[in-house]
Design a binder for this molecule. Structure first.
Ligand code: BGC
Length: 838
């Protein structure tokens, strides 16, 4: 085996008789040893309480299982300036109408569901206490200890508090919660009380609160946000209360049922229910004293009328909560489910970067989990962690699916299914615009229509401005790109030749339809679009929005057309005939795609690729002056607008636009792609292009850091590391100033994982083989991960001077690796290494 193996490379191979199977000690085949598991940070912790930081913590401590999520809010608090306890079910949207400055606006957003967290407590008023319920804001001097930790390995959020009331009584509270990864309809909260130096009784109230709205994002406060109607509550003996409601327009019925039990249990009269239409609560008064701790466990079930295999949400929730085990039982199943996820998504990076990457992985895995694959959901740009961007789906899946393809291909497939089910809506949108093919929306929600708002608020100027970002038709190429890469990574021809081919065909048709032939240029042009850099929406002082020949759009349209033509060429004849029949495809069409693909125009100026036609004529911005004046200029568009100016006038980008090409295509693919279009893209020209935009980008999107880190790492640029750090800090340090509190940036989180996985290893999947072309960063030379390629598990380890790849002995098939200097088949139990330049 190991044909073509370079004898100088360290290599060890064993014959089949030596294979020991999966029970072999997890030595070098384990991406992590037990020791490494201990060293690496599995806890994400906060010490102390700061109301100004609380919303950020809530977002970063959100727990989810892909079916529903709950922000990490303190259970005794309600929505207010410091707290925002949101609960969201994946893909559960509702549409509302608002009136703004006499204008009727309709928007659809993810719905903040009734809050299941409430659990408040007070020393029982009979004990001479003030009778006020505890909150961390109530009596700051009495908050002697406040520690919050997120156990990333098991998905458990724990708060530990030591409290002193104005009478000097000390109370310790330890509270843990989980949103079950094992049973996606269950969540639980366990609270342990212990009195240090007093004896008396404590009153605890456990509730489900339906008086909620979507009020989490200040910019949206002028818009309607109350989605729930027909609220009602009830109780079931002996310890369950429930609340039901319905979304006003999407007509989804939702039920939450809560079972609350105390240990030691009090007499029956210690507990009583308090039900109103909006709130279902249970109160219990129980004795407490030194050496007599009290534990209150709340187990909650959530069902909606969209769930499968149920009679209805109310009986389903009641049954589920009745049968649910106690907290420890739930935790055991939940932790086991998490262990399975971590095994499939091993990534070991030492030090602080590794710690942050694990936080990113945690949020990715809980936003898009195996449970998501059972649902009709896409990739929500801001996770299920807040209400920013209204829970919509943008092009961010471009940063997520290539990562998932190599660990959870079935999940990628399901997420592409979200787009396939909305193909009819995309076809309709194109038809309404007078075009053929599929025009995917820039912002997508429940049914795939365009959800981009017509106006957006500049909080700096207070002005509502037209939002032209819907002209980002390049989102269609992102869908096509994911279809193609998924097919390459998995070899799932069943999908590629059916749904995949349908999507590629219709997206190719749209690009052909929107490309106009310019006789003078002898080229096709795409006019009136907006590129990934959302700053530029129009030419300076133009009446009409949109720009011509955005290089990114044109190159990726050309790439998509070429892939669509290639797929049709290589498909089995019978499959092609079926497709032709379904979508009415003539033989001439792929030829036309091929022609347009070769003749799309790319503008250039001063030897670099122009972001769009005419970009080179825009004014230069005084970057230093703006930095001096404002410090943070990430949202330059807002600054300039508030000054009465417009970013449209300047060579200034919000995020990577042209440089996205170097993110999506390897250097070889990029050169080939340009050559296909009749342009020579030399390394020198690409480097000059990178430098040009590097100096003119404000990084107003977290995606920008990821793309720049990736592109600069491959260009061996000294600035690469600073962008890696920026991308890692995006959410944990909230670098966009307040945006993370409104929801994490899922694209940037997944992008950093993929930066290590594919960016630094040059890993790609093509023609059934795995290609590697490492490009390590001096600051990140050691890491390891596992992946699955076309059904075979592999381990990769980067060390200074070497990239090692092995197939564990328990795998069934060899993997073909294409290395920079050779091709090698690595059989189960074998490995190989690439020597890296110093
Ligand atoms: C970025 C887009 C992105 C969206 C959602 C915007 O700020 O400019 O590229 O798709 O956020 O994450």
């Amino acid at each position: 085996m190991a044909s073509g193996m370079d004898a100088r490379e360290p290599h060890r191979s064993r014959g089949p008789e030596e294979r020991t199977g999966p029970t072999e000690p997890m030595d070098r085949w384990a991406a992590w040893s037990e020791e490494e598991r201990q060293i690496d940070g599995w806890e994400w912790e906060y010490e102390g309480y700061d109301p100004r930081e609380e919303r950020l913590r809530e977002a970063l401590c959100t727990l989810s299982n892909g079916y529903f999520s709950t922000r990490g809010a303190a259970p005794e608090t309600a929505a207010g300036p410091a707290h925002y306890p949101g609960t969201y079910a994946a893909g559960l949207y509702n549409r509302l109408t608002s009136t703004l400055a006499g204008r009727r606006l309709v928007h659809e957003e993810i719905v903040n569901l009734p809050n299941w967290l409430p659990l408040r407590f007070r020393v029982h008023p009979d004990e001479g206490a003030t009778g006020e319920w505890f909150t961390p804001d109530l009596y700051p001097e009495g908050l002697l200890r406040y520690h919050q930790s997120l156990d990333l390995r098991r998905g458990v959020l724990t708060r530990e508090m030591r409290l002193r009331d104005p009478h000097g009584r000390h109370l310790n509270v330890t509270q843990s919660r989980l949103v079950s990864m094992a049973d996606p309809h269950l969540a639980a909260l366990r609270t342990e009380f212990s009195a240090e130096d007093w004896t008396g009784s404590i009153e605890v109230e456990s509730a489900i609160d339906g008086l909620v709205g979507n009020t989490g994002v200040a910019r949206y406060h002028d818009l309607a946000g109350h989605h729930l109607t027909e609220l009602g509550t009830g109780a079931e003996e002996p310890d369950v209360v429930w609340l039901r409601c319905r979304t006003s327009a999407s007509d989804v019925r939702i039920v939450l049922a809560a079972r609350t039990r105390a240990t030691p249990q009090g007499p029956p009269e210690a507990t009583h229910d308090r039900l109103t239409d909006f709130r279902a609560a249970q109160r219990v008064i129980l004795p407490l004293g030194p050496g007599r701790p009290l534990t209150v466990e709340k187990v909650v079930a959530l069902h909606t009328s969209r769930d499968r295999a149920i009679v209805g949400p109310l009986p389903a929730a009641l049954e589920r909560v009745r049968l649910a085990p106690d907290f420890d039982g739930l935790l055991a199943d939940h932790a086991a489910a998490w262990a399975r996820l971590w095994r499939r998504a091993d990534l070991q990076v030492p030090g602080e970067p590794g710690h942050v990457l694990r936080v990113h992985m945690f949020h990715l895995l809980q936003t898009l989990s195996p449970h998501s694959a059972e649902l009709d959901v896409g990739v929500p740009a801001r996770g299920l962690h807040g209400e920013a961007y209204r829970g919509h789906v943008f092009w961010d899946e471009l940063f997520v699916l290539p990562y998932l393809n190599l660990h959870f291909p079935e999940l990628s497939r399901a997420l592409i299914g979200y787009r396939h089910r909305r193909l009819p809506a995309a076809l309709r949108a194109a038809a309404e615009a007078g075009r053929e093919g599929a025009m995917y929306p820039w912002q997508s929600g429940s049914d795939g229509r365009e959800e981009t708002p017509e106006v957006h608020l500049n909080p700096r100027s207070g002005r509502w401005l037209p939002d032209n970002s819907r002209l980002q038709h390049h989102v269609g190429s992102a869908v096509a790109y994911n279809v193609w890469r998924y097919g390459q990574a998995t070899g799932d021809t069943e999908f590629l030749h059916t749904e995949g081919a349908e999507m590629l065909t219709e997206i190719a048709r749209f690009w052909t339809a929107i490309s106009e032939f310019d006789r003078g240029e002898g080229r096709y042009r795409i006019r009136g679009v907006v590129g990934p850099d959302e700053y530029h929406e129009a030419y300076p002082d133009a009446e009409r929005a949109g720009l011509d020949d955005n290089a990114y759009t044109n190159v990726m349209a050309s790439w998509t057309l070429a892939r669509a033509a290639e797929l049709l060429r290589t498909m089995p004849v019978s499959r092609r005939a079926e497709l032709a029949d379904r979508v009415g495809l003539s033989d001439a069409e792929p030829e036309r795609w091929d022609e347009v693909s070769r003749l799309l125009r790319v503008p250039f100026h001063e030897g670099v690729i122009s972001q769009f036609d005419g970009y080179g004529e825009l004014a230069e911005l005084d970057w230093e002056g703006y930095r001096r004046r404002y410090g943070d200029i990430r949202r330059l568009d807002r600054l300039l607008e508030s000054e009465g100016d417009s970013v449209n006038r300047y060579q200034a980008s919000k995020q990577a636009d042209v440089l996205m090409l170097g993110y999506l295509l390897t250097p070889g693919e990029l050169t080939e792609q340009f050559a296909r279009m009749g342009y020579e893209l030399t390394e020198e020209r690409w480097r000059a292009t990178v430098d040009h935009y590097l100096r003119r980008t404000s990084h107003g999107s977290t995606l920008s850091g990821v793309v720049h880190a990736w592109v600069l790492a491959r260009a061996r640029h000294a600035d690469a590391w600073s962008f890696v750090k920026e991308a890692l800090a995006s959410d944990v340090a909230d670098i966009q100033g307040g945006t993370t509190a409104e929801g994490i940036h899922l694209g940037a989180m997944a992008g950093t994982l993929d930066l290590v996985q594919r960016g630094l290893t040059g890993l790609r999947s093509e023609d059934g083989a795995l290609w590697l072309d490492p490009s390590p960063l001096p600051q990140l030379q050691e890491f390891g991960f596992s992946l699955r390629h076309r059904g075979v598990g592999l381990r990769l380890r980067m060390r200074p001077g070497q990239l090692w790849v092995g197939v564990p002995p328990w795998e069934e098939y060899p993997v073909r690796l294409v290395l920079p200097d050779r091709t090698v088949d690595v059989a189960p139990g074998e490995d190989t290494a690439i020597r890296l330049p110093d």
